[in-house]
Design a binder for this molecule. Structure first.
Ligand SMILES: [Zn+2]
Length: 345
């Protein structure tokens, strides 16, 4: 099969388009013929590497994908060759207490497709049958692939972990990232009042098209906690979605008393100082999470496939030009999700 192969860490040039043996579905697995893959920031981190990362070379990146069932491993029921599917990239062991309790993203032997296991920048991928979700005949494969990881992550953080309720106010720090645009949509659908702070008019326009009610342009005024203070009649917001990290001190200030700070990542770096007085003085809760459970995936993809949640899409590149797609993501030029077209050879 054709695939994007990584033989070493480095810049976009280390992504090689080449041939790799087609995987064979193990018992309980399904072979999927991919039609679309979607990029995530994770793909860039896997490519550049981090201390302690261990990959089996050649590695194939990519967590998100959608396509058709091509073959069934032994013992698989409920799927037929030709079924259209979208992939849940969370690979729990399936047998530990966390997995059995339906909290598979807390699995001690947890893996993510494309991170430590060969992923979706390929014509075929073989994954456990329980990681497939049926795609309606008329639903676009690229949109489904683009939705999967970011909506899964945002849903788990806002709804399952964050317990967002109708009528609450939510501030989302950052207007254009995949998880943030998904968070805007979910918060609106949940009946929340949504504030977004963004770095440019273009990114804020995207946030507005996703349903955000209040836009704050930090290129004009960096003191966005003050803007929130003014907009909320000196109260602050109930929930802050902060996946930047270094902005935590500002998020603490923007939160109302008893507020929750939700985080699923740190796009600006992992280490920074916080002033603990805000945490206890304002009764704040800091709620971290990573990815989501199978139940989260089913809940949020059901809403995506029903058209209740929109997916912001950027450009589509052929699989062979994955390096150009990653360059675009790395430069932050995208407005929405970048996808790869995986056509017939
Ligand atoms: Zn497990």
């Amino acid at each position: 099969m054709k695939a994007i192969l990584l033989h070493k860490h480095g810049g976009p040039e280390v992504l090689e388009y080449g041939d790799f043996p087609e995987p064979q579905p193990a018992p309980g697995e399904v072979l999927v013929r991919l039609e679309a893959a979607a990029l995530n920031r994770l793909d860039l981190w896997v490519r550049t590497g981090w201390p302690g990362i261990k990959l089996e070379y050649p590695h194939i990146p990519g967590a998100d994908g959608a396509g058709r069932v091509a073959a069934l491993g032994a013992g698989v029921t409920g799927w037929q060759v030709g079924d259209r599917v979208v992939i849940n990239s969370n690979l729990g062991c399936g047998v530990c207490p966390a997995c059995l309790a339906g909290r598979d993203n807390l699995c001690r032997d947890w893996h993510l497709l494309g991170e430590t296991v060969r992923g979706t920048y390929a014509e075929y991928v073989s994954i456990p049958a329980g990681n497939l979700f049926a795609l309606p005949a008329d639903f676009d494969a690229h949109t489904a692939a683009a939705a999967a990881l970011v909506y899964h992550t945002a849903w788990h953080s806002l709804i399952t972990r964050g317990g967002l309720r109708p009528g609450e106010s939510v501030l989302i720090v950052g207007a254009s990232g995949g998880v943030n645009t998904a968070s805007i949509q979910i918060a609106c659908l949940a009946g929340a009042e949504v504030y977004v702070v963004g770095s440019s008019p273009e990114k804020l326009a995207l946030a507005e098209s996703m349903g955000a009610h209040h836009l704050i342009d930090r290129s004009k005024d960096d003191n966005w906690p003050k803007a929130i203070y003014t907009l909320t009649s000196k109260r602050g917001v109930d929930v802050v979605v902060d996946n930047v990290g270094t902005t935590f001190p500002l998020s603490f200030r923007a939160a109302a008393k008893g507020g929750r700070i939700l985080t699923v990542g740190n796009s600006a770096g992992p280490k920074f100082e916080i002033d603990n007085r805000f945490v206890f003085g304002k009764h704040l809760s800091l709620l971290g999470s990573s990815m989501g459970s199978k139940a989260d995936f089913a809940a949020v993809m059901g809403l995506v496939l029903a058209g209740k949640l929109k997916v912001a899409r950027d450009m589509t590149f052929p699989l062979s030009e994955a390096h150009l797609a990653q360059e675009r993501l790395e430069k932050g030029l995208q407005l929405g999700k970048i996808t790869l077209e995986i056509g017939e050879q």
